[in-house]
Design a protein around this ligand. Structure first.
Ligand SMILES: [Zn+2]
Ligand SMILES: [Zn+2]
Length: 127
C-alpha cells in the first residue's frame, strides 16, 4: 500500500465527515475502505497531512488530539469548559490579533485552528 493512497483516503474521509475526529476515529473510518491498514500508518499519514497544511490538529479539551480538514478556509473555535459546547468563529475575527502578534514579536504564526477555552453565554447566565 502506497503512503500517498492512505493520505488521499484520509483527505477524502475527513472532507466527507467534516468533523473533529481523533486518530482512533479516523482509523476506524479508514479501515472500512482499507481493511489492512494499521493505526500507526494512519497516525503517520495524519502527521504528514498536518505538516503539509491539509489537516489541522488541535487539543479541544477532550483528552485526545482531534484532526479536521482545512480545505475550505480557516475557522477557529470557542469551547465552553462548563457544558462542552463548541462554537465556530471566522478567521477574520482573529486575523488582526495574529497580525499584531506577528509584528510585535517578529513571529510568524502558523496556527490555523485556534481553540479558546471559556464559558459560553448560557453557562454565564446559570452561574
Ligand atoms: Zn474546527
Ligand atoms: Zn456552556
Amino acid at each position: 500500500m502506497r503512503a500517498s493512497s492512505v493520505d488521499q483516503i484520509i483527505i477524502e474521509t475527513l472532507s466527507k465527515e467534516h468533523a473533529h475526529l481523533t486518530s482512533a476515529q479516523v482509523y476506524e473510518k479508514i479501515r472500512e475502505r482499507l481493511p489492512a491498514v494499521n493505526l500507526s500508518t494512519v497516525y503517520r499519514a495524519l502527521e504528514r497531512l498536518v505538516t503539509s497544511g491539509s489537516v489541522s490538529v488541535s487539543d479541544m479539551g477532550t483528552g485526545s488530539a482531534v484532526y479536521e480538514i482545512l480545505a475550505d478556509g480557516r475557522h477557529h473555535h470557542l469551547v465552553c469548559q462548563k457544558c462542552g459546547q463548541v462554537l465556530t468563529i471566522e478567521d477574520n475575527e482573529v486575523r488582526e490579533l495574529f497580525s499584531k502578534i506577528q509584528e510585535n514579536n517578529h513571529f510568524h504564526v502558523l496556527t490555523n485552528h485556534l481553540i479558546l477555552f471559556g464559558i459560553c453565554a448560557a453557562c454565564q447566565k446559570d452561574s
